[in-house]
Ligand binder design. Structure first.
Ligand code: ZN
Length: 218
């Protein structure tokens, strides 16, 4: 099935410039492994960045300024952002680079129960600006209605995820922010496995979901 929902320009440009946090970079790189269209867009973004850098005129700076800037750059680069493998085509359900983070493909994973009919695997990243987790919803499962305190990126890997009048399948990306209030649900048939990246906790409407939230770290 053709991918319909792609990475936004903003996020793709930040990824290309190496300015995205590690968890979001992991999600983008995993989408790129599945999406030839965005790989072509990413290539253009990379060449545009290179062109802009090359076209900047060199300005002489003092040795002190140079040393300060270089040390800042060194401190900033704490976690190398995951990049798409050069040969991304694969038969695996979970493509690299996500598969390397998880240590195996779908059948090798050990899931933790998050709620009835929902399982998760938190994904370790060295950069804590955002959190990545693999989620598995049983088909038909409805996520409690919630809003967001920040950005949420979701990449569907198996099954389907329905949100209002949209249905997303393997490779599709949903991007939501503070303005989004929604209640997505897993479509019929196969379980929906997706990679979700959030940079702030969700805002649940139900009291029960809010009470349980600290225990699940969502
Ligand atoms: Zn795409």
């Amino acid at each position: 099935m053709t991918i319909k929902f792609h990475i936004s320009d903003d996020i793709l440009l930040s990824y290309s410039a190496g300015a995205l946090d590690e968890a979001s970079s992991l999600l983008v790189a995993t989408h790129l492994a599945l999406c030839p269209h965005c790989r072509a867009r990413n290539k253009s973004a990379d060449s545009l960045g290179g062109y802009l850098l090359e076209s900047l005129e060199a300005t002489p700076v003092s040795p002190t300024m140079r040393a300060t800037v270089l040390s800042q750059v060194k401190n900033e680069v704490t976690s190398p952002a995951p990049k798409t493998p050069s040969r991304p085509f694969t038969n695996a359900i979970i493509p690299d680079p996500l598969r390397s983070y998880l240590g195996g493909d779908l059948d090798d994973l050990h899931w933790n129960r998050l709620a009835p009919r929902v399982q998760q695997i938190p994904i370790d990243t060295t950069d804590h600006r955002s959190k990545a987790r693999l989620l598995r919803f049983q088909s038909g499962l409805m996520v409690p209605s919630h809003g967001h305190n920040g950005r949420e990126l979701t990449l569907v890997l198996t099954g389907s995820l329905c949100d209002r009048d949209t249905v997303m399948y393997r490779g599709d990306i949903a991007e939501t922010d503070e303005r989004t209030e929604h209640q997505p649900f897993a479509g019929p048939g196969e379980d929906c496995v997706c990679l979700a990246v959030t940079d702030a906790p969700l805002r649940f409407k139900s009291v029960l979901a809010r009470l349980l939230q600290p225990f699940f770290g969502i």
